[in-house]
Design a protein around this ligand. Sequence first.
Ligand SMILES: Cc1cc2nc3c(=O)[nH]c(=O)nc-3n(C[C@H](O)[C@H](O)[C@H](O)COP(=O)(O)OP(=O)(O)OC[C@H]3O[C@@H](n4cnc5c(N)ncnc54)[C@H](O)[C@@H]3O)c2cc1C
Length: 393
Amino acid sequence: MDFEVPSEVRERLADVREWGKAAVRPAGLEADRNGAPLPVDHPYFVSCLERGEGCTRWPGIGRKARPSQPGATVRTLLLAEELAYWDRGVIIASPGPGLPEGNVLSMGTDEQRERFLGPFLEPDRPRWACFAMTEPGAGSDAAAIRTVARRDGSHWILHGAKCFIGNASRADWILVQATLDPEKGRSAQRAFFVENGTPGLGPFKIEKKMGLKAYESTSFGLEEVRVPDSHLLGGEARYERSAGFKTAMATFNAGRPVIAANAVGIGRAALDEAVAFAREHDRVEDPRVRDRIETMARRLKLARLVCLRAGWLADRQRANIVEASMSKALAAQVGQEATALGMELLGLVGGRGDHLIEKLYRDVKAMDIVEGTGQIQRMIVARQLVGLPRDRG
Ligand SMILES: Cc1cc2nc3c(=O)[nH]c(=O)nc-3n(C[C@H](O)[C@H](O)[C@H](O)COP(=O)(O)OP(=O)(O)OC[C@H]3O[C@@H](n4cnc5c(N)ncnc54)[C@H](O)[C@@H]3O)c2cc1C
């Protein structure tokens, strides 16, 4: 592995650092203080658009996609770490086609890309999209979802409920994972575009969260929601056996090292705050304090290397399933350890609940939950190590 960060990436990281300090962290602290997501009309979102963010990677009809640059995944991971350093909740709150964009790019028809990604080419206002898999009875076991889709002439009717879906109430459209037959498991799953305002979609309930308060995690119902045939992602012809489930899992696989990088970023912020606190309070002469700081730094560096290794393999189109899952399992744990060690160092100050490390301590927990919990990642790695298939079938 080459450890040199190209100068173009270093410049981009420096830009993110400035932006993070000036805009991202203040927005995150504001949301945390208010205990509520940043409102849709928050000036932060407008400034994202002014910076050219919130857009799709899709080039538009008849335009060729820019060839992906060498090292693109590692670059993404370095940026994901730096952004999360400033505020991971604000990053997820930021406008854009978000999690489902990859699925629409890889699986969508030309018409679907135009209709659903087109408005993100030059967004006239902050716009969001989101991906809804999790249900009250189906989290880790995503194959167990119960939201059903049934055909009705040239339409589909969706019925069910989703929970903890990021940015759902403000999304222009939600890519909803549903099943044609709950008894048939993964092969019967399909993804549907459901536009905001479609009758039967809602009500939206923003959930209470311990951290990452800047973005909304929302539950909603789908009460006999009617969508046209053209809203089935990729169209029926694209669905071979089990492709429906694989589509969703493709999103998750790509995301795991990014979540790992986020966890490292949050942990690194805790480390910097811990060092600053120790200096300010004349604690650096205490070997117990230095020991905590050393543990945080060493473990974070280790997690970062495993994470970058997962990205390095992806950039070479080499299988990275073990490294991707390992990086998430490890980094989420290390991020939690780092923030916990930071809390120990704060002592009573941490208990007051108004120090940044205390916020980071609450924020980082979700890195162990989203897109496959730590246990699930470890199960995936273990199955690979003994030669069993990734999923239970
Ligand atoms: C902040 C936040 C944001 C989220 N955003 C989204 C989103 O945008 N879209 C979306 O679809 N979902 C989202 N989710 C949901 C998330 O993906 C689920 O919470 C996650 O998959 C875990 O599911 P669960 O909470 O139902 O836990 P469960 O699956 O019930 O698991 C509970 C515990 O049991 C363990 N466990 C479960 N199965 C096994 C097993 N087979 N072996 C060993 N241990 C096991 C788990 O590791 C966990 O510790 C979000 C969740 C959070 C907290």
